[in-house]
Ligand binder design. Structure first.
Ligand SMILES: O=c1ccn([C@@H]2O[C@H](COP(=O)(O)O)[C@@H](O)[C@H]2O)c(=O)[nH]1
Length: 224
């Protein structure tokens, strides 16, 4: 069975990204390229990674006015990532335009509340209420806008899945038991995230920061 782990290759160094991807390729279902990689290597870098033959998750978290986001998604044409992220907080028209501009085979998913935030952080951005409520609000918005799914933490994925049984649920911020948490605040184990309804898991530093990324990916995979 294909692994549901996407490894986050957060590096500006394309040679390092390729080296890690090649080391872990038999233990992951795909690779996630985010802002750090994209800023340094652009669409040509994404294409080079695509040529390794693994599904690409392009985590650009687009967030702007609808016209700008729609055109940005159009400008990615030819890369055809398996998954592309936009920010749910961009609003319904932005989400609709992103989805309309994306290739048919690309799942467009909305980031609800970053896993590096807690409810106190939410309050400082002017949003009162629980993480749970915020995630469900943006889950409903993404569903109504015709997106394919959302990004949320493992703490909310069960409730979001209940709201949207056919949705595609991406869960980052996963850590093996006793793993180093770093800047993440809403964290669960990979097993708990899948049990709660995650469709795929995003795992970065627990694999890329390990002395032996291949072994780390294999050990996480063995818990699933
Ligand atoms: O809410 C979110 C959305 C995206 N991410 C991304 O996932 C990885 C997580 O990396 P770790 O090293 O496993 O913490 C990273 O690329 C983030 O940009 C997220 O963490 N939370």
């Amino acid at each position: 069975m294909t692994s549901r782990i996407f490894v986050a290759l957060d590096t500006p160094d394309i040679d390092r990204a390729k080296a890690i991807a090649n080391r872990v390729r038999h233990h992951v279902g795909g690779i996630k390229l985010g802002l750090e990689f994209f800023m340094a290597n652009g669409r040509h870098g994404v294409q080079e990674m695509h040529d390794l033959g693994l599904p690409i998750f392009l985590d650009l978290k687009l967030h702007d006015i609808p016209n700008t986001v729609g055109k940005a998604v159009q400008a990615l044409r030819g890369l055809d990532p398996a998954v592309l992220t936009v920010h749910g907080a961009g609003g319904r028209a932005m989400l609709e335009d992103a989805k309309a501009a994306a290739p048919l085979g690309t799942k467009v998913v909305a980031v609800t509340m970053l896993t590096s935030l807690d409810e106190n952080d939410l309050r400082t951005t002017g949003i009162e209420g629980s993480a749970h409520d915020q995630v469900l609000r943006l889950t409903d918005l993404a569903m109504d806008a015709g997106l394919d799914g959302i990004v949320c933490s493992g703490d909310e994925v069960a409730a979001a899945h209940k709201h949207w049984p056919k949705g595609f649920f991406v869960v980052p911020g996963v850590r093996p038991a006793n793993g180093h948490i770093g800047d993440q605040k809403r964290v669960v184990t990979p097993r708990a995230a899948l049990d709660a309804g995650a469709s795929i898991l995003v795992v970065g530093r627990p694999i890329t920061g390990a002395d032996d990324p291949d072994l780390a990916a294999r050990e996480i995979g063995a818990t699933l």
